[in-house]
Design a protein around this ligand. Sequence first.
Ligand code: FA5
Length: 347
Amino acid sequence: MLKKIEELQQEFRTAFEEVKTKADLLNLKADFIGKKGKISKILKSLKDAAPEERKTLGAESNLLKTGIISQIDEKLKALNIQEMNEELSRVWQDITLRDSVRDKGLTSAGYHPVSIIQREIEDIFISMGFDILDGPHIEDDYHNFEALNTPPNHPARDVQDTFWFSDMVHLLRTHTSPIQVRGMESKKPPFKFVGPGKAFRNETTDASHEFVFHQLEGMMVDKNITVANLIYFMKTLLSEIFRRTVDVRLRPGFFPFVEPGFELDIKCLICGGDGCSVCKQSGWVELLPCGMIHPNVLRHGGIDPDEYNGFAFGLGLDRLVMMRYGIDDIRLLHAGDLRFQSQFKAY
Ligand code: FA5
């Protein structure tokens, strides 16, 4: 019987090498280890073997059976992956390839309006000598709050509730302001840069609030910077973006990382200032908080506030997009509706 087991092993090896499809494999499995399979028959016939041989034969048959099962399982996994890859390459299409899109009668691809505006703003700032910086979406408490003069238990943290990781140290950044800290860590003054990107807050959505939205941070550090420099850059930005004069107002605003701090609002371009759901009936849309960088923030960034100062701002990109295109609900921006999306193609 030992010879029979060895022969079965050889027979399995030969048949296994010829397996090409999942169906072949399943047939092979049934043939060898199915209820009426070859191995099952051997195991059943053990009772007829001589008692002194039964132990060895049993061990050998089981060894063969477990070996066959594990080889079949491995092969099944490989075939499943191969099947998935084939299916993916069958259905995959690069929708950014205009020709393939047109051939298939699909809507041609275009940039998202937030990307369009972000690139325009980057170009405006590059033309004024600014660098473009990036930063991680997953931040730590230090970069998102502490280094921005917002220690634990500071009440300003309450208005920026977010999604925390279980270590309670890492979080999805609530604003793009940590890019300020990372910028100071990597640059020596004087410098000026902007940092666009996503921000995340745990808040209820409405016509002007999303829980994932976009901001564009700006920071300029040099000697003898004043509020006049800040206003100049903000005005240049807005007149370039809207390609017309927009009414703005500057009012005091509190952020722990600037002193003095301002809120720069623009007259609502959806309702022309009469009041609507976007401006919450006030006629004004809060767009561009800004201010002179707090000395503690400069110190955290290793910059001597007696030698250097500067300004910073945090532009709400989605709201700017809404004003520019007359979109009356921020939720349209990220709903993924092609009828909405395909209206914005240019850059
Ligand atoms: C901040 O996030 C500060 N980091 C901005 C700043 C930077 C101030 C540098 C001073 C110096 P605020 O929470 O107000 O501030 O958000 C800035 C802008 O982001 C808002 O004016 C608004 O346009 C946009 N914004 C804030 N929350 C949301 C939201 N939930 N949905 C959409 N846009 C939002």
